[in-house]
Ligand binder design. Structure first.
Ligand SMILES: Cc1cc2nc3c(=O)[nH]c(=O)nc-3n(C[C@H](O)[C@H](O)[C@H](O)COP(=O)(O)OP(=O)(O)OC[C@H]3O[C@@H](n4cnc5c(N)ncnc54)[C@H](O)[C@@H]3O)c2cc1C
Length: 367
């Protein structure tokens, strides 16, 4: 068993009223499962790829590969290659799907009512973990998930050091129930094994915990990089808000449509299973001496742009942040590291990442 010397502690100085200090985003959570399937509607082949909750960055390349495979299968089945493809959505799902479709030599246009830097994807914390996400336990769906995880992890890992904001990091966690364990269970051997530590190596800690090895994908680097690459390869971004599915089906000329509208699919495709789960983040100044992730009833992710403290879940469609709540989150985390007297866990915080399906998120907000 390893006993490690203490790692550096964050400077928790935080002014929630400073510009950019607080961020809120709505996770596109789908009860039962994310949606990844194709259907033929009004002569168009529509592939839905939305509802990835708190794990969309993680799954993105894998889901994009499934979308590509579906397009190829459709081409083979119909013996027709439709060269023009419409991708709806400029978040991580739309951008990664578009990338793999351009790889096939297809001409892709991205339609979105937000710029990539305004999407939920841009606001994500960025840990590679299956978090706040439901997926079906049916055999075929488990196999699909295994494929998605394998492809996504392999692609992210291959992009380390190439300007995509991806790095390999340790995550120290008090509890063993983490979204990384889901990956260990589903695809044994994909990630390095977790390690039990008799004491977590931090000031203010006397309890045992675990060290995981995973990836950090920094959205403020990853998302603009995908956008730049796509534009350089001739992809056009069109600012457009669709009202409903009929609007999509009648106004677009493309015969292949990839629906990556995240939470927007709730109204656009009339999907009652979509729920907005707000996450609030406190953004501390960047601290390059911190080279680890940390999780306990909330998380601390040191990134190049900020040290991000988050892990809250609230069911609401209000996308605004609450400075007092963000301050509460920072004080809680500072208490965990012995920098201020311990504060009670904010009631809206959850252990992140989590691996239990949220059957009813209203029941599982405080746990
Ligand atoms: C606080 C927070 C922390 C997170 N941390 C992590 C993490 O650590 N790891 C991880 O893997 N995931 C994390 N996530 C989850 C991740 O951000 C989402 O799962 C992911 O961004 C979903 O991507 P998307 O492309 O489906 O949706 P979005 O990024 O929301 O993109 C949807 C796109 O569709 C467009 N659109 C929607 N409706 C319409 C319409 N009617 N007409 C035209 N365009 C439309 C939008 O403009 C947008 O471009 C976090 C999320 C939050 C909020």
């Amino acid at each position: 068993m390893t006993t490690l010397p203490n790692l550096p502690t964050a400077d928790f100085t935080f002014d929630p009223h400073q510009l950019g200090a607080c961020v809120a985003g709505l996770r596109p959570y789908r009860v039962g499962s994310y949606r990844l399937e194709g259907e033929v509607l009004a002569g168009k082949y529509v592939i839905h790829n939305y509802g990835h909750g708190g794990g969309g960055i993680t799954l993105s390349w894998g889901c994009a590969a499934k979308v590509r495979d579906m397009v190829l299968r459709r081409q083979a089945a119909t013996n027709v290659v439709e060269r023009e493809v419409a991708v709806l959505g400029a978040g991580v799902m739309g951008l990664t799907a578009a990338t793999l479709l351009v790889d096939l030599g297809l001409h892709v246009t991205i339609y979105s009512d937000r710029k990539p830097a305004e999407t939920t994807s841009y606001k994500a914390g960025g840990q590679w973990a299956v978090s706040i996400l439901e997926f079906s336990k049916e055999f075929a769906k488990v196999q699909e998930m295994q494929y998605i995880l394998r492809v996504a992890y392999t692609m992210f890992k291959a992009s380390i050091g190439k300007g995509y904001g991806v790095s390999e990091v340790d995550n120290y966690s008090v509890n063993a129930t983490s979204g990384i364990d889901v990956v260990h269970d589903l695809v044994p051997g994909l990630l390095p094994q977790r390690e039990y530590l008799p004491r977590l190596p931090f000031e203010g800690h006397s309890t045992s915990g675990y060290r995981y090895r995973t990836l950090l994908v920094e959205p403020p680097i990853f998302i603009p990089r995908l956008e730049r690459d796509l534009k350089a390869r001739g992809v056009t971004f069109v600012n457009r808000k669709f009202i409903n599915s009929a609007d999509v089906l009648t106004s677009l000329t493309q015969k292949v449509v990839i629906n990556c509208t995240g939470l927007g699919a709730k109204n656009l495709w009339n999907d009652p299973d979509m729920l907005p789960l707000r996450g609030q983040l406190a953004m501390l100044r960047p601290q390059p001496n911190l080279e680890y992730l940390y999780g306990q009833n909330g998380y601390l992710f040191p990134r190049n742009d900020h040290v991000v403290i988050g892990g809250t879940v609230e069911e609401t469609c209000d996308e605004t942040f609450d400075p007092d709540r963000c301050l509460e989150l920072v004080r809680y985390m500072a208490g965990v590291f012995g920098q201020v007297p311990p504060e009670p866990m904010p009631e809206f915080s959850v252990h992140h990442p989590r691996n239990e399906p949220l059957v009813d998120p209203r029941m599982s907000i405080a746990f």
